[in-house]
Design a binder for this molecule. Sequence first.
Ligand SMILES: Cc1ncc(COP(=O)(O)O)c(C=O)c1O
Length: 364
Amino acid sequence: MSSLFREARIDIAAITHNVATIVARMGVDVLAVVKANGYGHGSVAVANAALAGGATRLGVVDITEARQLREGGIEAPILAWLHDPDTDFREAADFGIRVGVSTPRQLDAAARAGVPAVHLNVDTGLGRNGAVESEWADLFAAAARYADEGAYSVEGIFSHLSGTSDEEDRQQGVRFSAAIDFAAQFGIDPPLRHLAATGGAWSLPELRFTMVRAGIGVYGLSPFGNRTSADLGLRPAMRLSAKVARVKRVAAGEGVSYGYLYRTRAETTLVLVPVGYADGIPRVLGAGAHVQIGGVLFPIAGRIAMDQFVVDVGDASVSAGDEVVLWGDPERGEPAVEEWADAAGTINYEVVTRLGNRPVRTYV
Ligand SMILES: Cc1ncc(COP(=O)(O)O)c(C=O)c1O
């Protein structure tokens, strides 16, 4: 029985296990990606668990996220890679945050602020914030100049894969190697060379260079549409549950929830689950998502509302206060995050990351 009205229970041991599994497979440094509140799991708790599992560094998107880790007591090296174009990096310097940079202007700001180290972000074919090839000479020249002046160390060079196909990812690897060679001509030889995230690093060892940035695998979820967590030896760390808020018996032919997408076929029992799209549950859910009550799976009936949805449990015996599991570890018979993702036409990343603040995170 769940003790909380809405609970996202995070299994810390699963995170540590997942990171240890990734570290063992990769054979290079692992930076654990804990951006977006640790993909919805809680960034500080995930960071501690990931470090215990053998990650040596943490990655976030911006300096605000990095500061939250420091304020949570995290002392490990943190890299932040997406910045306000007007940022002066003073906060990064104050909190000892490494910054990913891709323009001479950012290098200048990082030097003035006194950040401990920079990682040069090069675009090898994703079209996001890395420097494109025509900008590499200016970027590397500026980085070498500031490094010579002792402003910071150029600790890393990195890029990000599109994951379109193994072949296209390998081509990005070739361009990344070219960037590393070109940087060497400017006297830049950063020890941390990182291109791949969980998926690319899992399947293509040659793309691991000296470090990988692992996100989704840390949380025990698979980056592959055709391989489950269990196939990879990973354990989903989040279990989302709620208490049944109301149970009622209704007649055949009753419409359920907004727009009557569902009508009861026979006299049946409807169960109200107090979680909705305000909590991140996709409203566009199609067929296929189930919840588990008393060890049995039941389909969702009708539209997801802002705060609640309905489940038709037929003649099963369910009472108010019973625990409803929305997703967890399919190895325990719980619905998979991927089932919800498929039903909503999205990916497991989005389902867990969108989870709102009302479900209380608990850590076991
Ligand atoms: C730059 C960067 N590196 C690494 C990751 C982690 O990716 P994954 O969760 O697929 O391991 C992300 C996530 O989106 C990212 O944006």
